[in-house]
Design a protein around this ligand. Structure first.
Ligand code: C2E
Ligand code: MG
Ligand code: MG
Ligand code: MG
Length: 298
């Protein structure tokens, strides 16, 4: 019964549910993964991928989103959708998030040394979980990591999902203000899906909106979605925020976000997440000609 209770917490909303065999198996798996995740950082099982973020019209990226994977001993490479939620519920996300931040910042420092001017403007964008924003030591830790690595604070972007901001309200707000005072850039992830209000945007020291890929994917073939992206870009412009279109998969998507005036784009069509060793080539090669965005006249 204890296991079932724990499993209910680990796998779902905590609502009372009637367990089917299938659900019980899922729950057991989540419990096992949660337990195995405890030592994953110490066992060096986590790895990072880096996905380029492009200024629309530029031939090299100016940012890299840092995406965690878990090299599980028997299940292979697991994506964050398989374990981040479990890590959030069991608290392991604290150690994981700390490792991701430190690794991302020191990796950026290594590229800055190796590539010189080609990496001057480069930033890394790290996803923050709600637990990290609740941790009173986060701000000092970030400051120490940047100091140790010799990376300017404005080369670190921190992404916080819109739904987290709505849920956490003031508590997250205080931490975000202190992070902003450090000089890091704050970005709202998955924008358009989380019911944030204009008041939220006014209250928080945010510099960037990332348009959720559900608005962007297939945009080039579905004009009915253009007004939504246009509205978000208009909002960003009015508030003097940078904007990134996520989920650009095709040339048509890219042309559409360029025509709407999105400053930045990210997506499989522009570059998949890659291991660190593949990043230097990305920063020195040009974007494939067929994907080079046409910047609209005025
Ligand atoms: P996200 O922050 O919105 O990250 C973008 C996700 O969309 C990534 O999936 C990326 O591979 C995927 N993606 C990028 N371009 C495209 C595209 O053109 N088409 C499609 N279909 N997908 C695209 P990934 O790596 O599986 O990450 C999923 C989510 O896991 C992330 O969503 C983020 O919320 C979370 N996550 C990843 N790394 C971390 C981390 O270190 N810490 C925390 N707390 N969360 C993380
Ligand atoms: Mg993100
Ligand atoms: Mg996102
Ligand atoms: Mg997303």
């Amino acid at each position: 019964a204890d296991l079932a209770m724990f499993a209910a917490k680990v796998t779902g909303s905590g609502k009372v549910v009637h367990y089917t065999g299938h659900m019980r198996a899922d729950a057991d798996r989540a419990v096992t993964l949660g337990a195995e995740l405890q030592g994953a950082v110490e066992r060096d099982e986590l790895v990072l991928r880096f996905q380029p973020i492009w200024p629309v019209g530029a031939s090299t990226p100016d940012g890299l989103e840092v995406l965690v994977r878990w090299n599980h001993p028997t299940l292979g490479l697991l994506g964050p959708d398989r374990f981040v939620a479990v890590a959030e519920r069991t608290g392991t996300i604290g150690a994981i998030g700390h490792w991701v931040l430190r690794e991302a910042v020191s990796q950026l420092a290594a590229w800055r040394t190796e590539l010189g001017p080609a990496a001057d403007e480069l930033h890394v964008a790290v996803n923050l979980s709600v637990r990290q924003l609740q941790d009173p030591t986060l701000v000092d830790e970030v400051a120490a990591m940047l100091g140790d690595a010799g990376v300017p604070a404005d080369r670190l972007y921190l992404e916080v999902t819109e739904s987290l901001l709505v849920r956490e309200g003031d508590r997250a707000g205080a931490t975000l203000h202190r992070l902003r005072e450090l000089g890091v850039t704050l970005s709202i992830d998955d924008f358009g899906t989380g019911y944030s209000s204009l008041a939220t945007l006014q209250r928080l020291p945010v510099q960037q909106l990332k348009i959720d890929r559900s608005f962007v994917l297939g945009l080039g073939d579905d004009p009915s979605r253009l007004p939504f992206v246009r509205a978000i870009v208009g909002l960003a412009d009015a508030l003097d925020l940078d904007v990134v279109a996520e989920g650009v998969e095709s040339d048509a998507d890219l042309q559409a976000v360029a025509a709407l005036g999105c400053a930045h784009a990210q997506g499989f069509g522009l570059g998949r997440p890659v291991p660190a060793r593949d990043v230097p080539a990305l920063l020195t090669q040009r974007v494939p000609a067929e994907l080079a965005p046409v910047v609209p006249a005025s």
